[in-house]
Design a protein around this ligand. Structure first.
Ligand SMILES: [Mn+2]
Length: 432
């Protein structure tokens, strides 16, 4: 029997190296220590079916003839392998990138000071012309980035960067890497986390356990996403949000983390003008009232379109409309005069289309300015009812990439909601 193993508190470089070793030694079984770094654990919990990983207690050490050790050369960093240390009929192969020598005496060694161990193994895989899947490439690049601090640690060698380029060519997914690599957690982050925990609350929203941590911060605190991630773990919620207000800069940073498959943080953050993935996302708001942000998020989770504030509360009215027969040059004058970027086109209060500055690009000749607006207007119109929530209106604008939403009641246009109306609502709330 041949086994591959690596160090305790297994990090991504170690896991990547163990998986890479299975490609170099196809008959060897990867055996991981019980103790894995939390982010590696998280990665494996999703990818466990992809890699045929074994635990140390599933293996009969007496049958091991060949031991392949990656990313360490010290016996005491291995887990449960003492028995092998005393065996003399065993072949040991070592792959390590640490410059200092440990106490494992290998029969065969691949050792070179390198930013990441996986770089050494990628070199071998390329030499052997072993193709990589995108998932393998993603894992390998995660290990490479983690051990080299995204290629910024002084230990990084040019070959690490070349290997990173190769792994990207093989389909490594940077989005996935970003969501698994934990950023540094230092004193500042600890202070923020402890402050948040003092006021931690957990509420039920739409069947989810949600926690909000609100905090005023001054100056720059990096890696708040790590803090929110840890916060969520500690309060044990389905999703957690950190709302960080920087009064001096007049900004508010919202960071969310979710472990629920059905609670998409990215969508919520997009509705707040930010973005992200299903599990993680953030948004930066101008001056904000944290209580209002919390309400907004709750409402988004609720999916409740019947909020206390309605579209009718923030729409502009009366609406300036033009008739379908208005000439384009008159529309142009009106746009300038009113300082608008577009108008609904309506006949007898019935919406027929929308014309905006952009539509003027369709005009090929000067004479077209005498043509009626109905020839150039956009007839694919998205409207909203006055009783809907501002969140719903904003979602429509985001989804259809439109800047103004006519408010229609009984087929008649009674107002319009623009991006700036929505932004006023999101960032400053409505005046009472
Ligand atoms: Mn390493």
């Amino acid at each position: 029997m041949q086994i591959i193993t690596t160090h305790k508190n297994t990090d991504f470089d170690a896991l990547a190296s163990a998986v890479a070793a299975t490609l170099i030694y196809p008959d060897a079984i990867p055996v991981l220590p019980k103790n894995l770094n939390p982010n590696v654990k998280a990665f494996l919990s999703i990818h466990k079916d992809v890699f045929d990983i074994h635990m140390q207690d599933e293996i009969r050490l007496s049958e091991v003839k060949r031991l392949i050790v990656v990313d360490t050369d010290q016996w005491d960093r291995l887990d449960g392998m003492e028995e092998l240390r005393r065996k003399d009929d065993i072949e040991i192969i070592l792959w390590d990138h640490h410059p200092l020598r440990g106490d494992i005496r290998p029969n065969q060694v691949y050792r070179e000071a390198m930013g990441a161990n996986i770089t050494l193994m990628v070199r071998q895989l390329r030499k052997k012309e072993v193709g990589l899947t995108p998932i393998q490439s993603t894992l390998f690049l995660t290990g490479l980035y983690e051990d080299t601090g995204n290629l910024r640690f002084p230990s990084t060698k040019s070959e690490d960067a070349h290997a990173a380029g190769y792994l990207l060519e093989q389909g490594a997914d940077l989005g996935i890497i970003g969501s698994f690599l934990r950023q540094p957690y230092g004193e500042k982050q600890k202070d923020v986390l402890f402050e948040m925990l003092k006021t931690a609350s957990r509420v039920q929203v739409n069947g989810y356990k949600i926690s909000f941590g609100k905090l005023e911060i001054s100056g720059h605190v990096g890696n708040l996403s790590v803090v929110v991630q840890m916060y969520r773990e500690i309060v044990n919620a389905d999703a957690a949000f950190g709302i960080f207000v920087n009064k001096k800069q007049g900004k508010c940073m919202v960071i969310g983390r979710s472990v629920s498959d059905t609670l998409n943080i990215g969508l919520i953050m997009r509705s707040l003008g930010g973005g992200g993935h299903p599990g993680a996302g953030s948004a930066m708001l101008k001056s904000a009232n944290p209580a209002a942000v919390e309400e907004m998020i709750k409402e988004l989770i609720e999916g409740n379109q019947q909020s206390s504030v309605r579209v009718s509360d923030l729409m502009s009215f009366p609406v300036i409309t033009v008739s379908p027969d208005t000439k384009m040059k008159e529309v142009a004058m009106l746009l300038r005069e009113k300082g608008c970027s577009g108008f609904p086109v309506a006949k007898d209060e019935k919406l027929a289309g929308i014309v905006s500055r952009r539509d003027f690009r369709k005009l090929r000749k000067e004479s077209a300015l005498n043509a009626p607006v109905k020839a150039f207007m956009n007839t694919r119109i998205i409207t909203v009812e006055p009783g809907k929530s501002p969140v719903y209106a904003t979602q429509l604008m985001v989804k259809h990439d439109i800047g103004r939403l006519p408010v229609v009641k009984d087929g008649r246009i009674i107002g319009i909601v623009t991006r700036s109306d929505a932004m006023n609502f999101f960032y400053d709330l409505l005046p009472n």
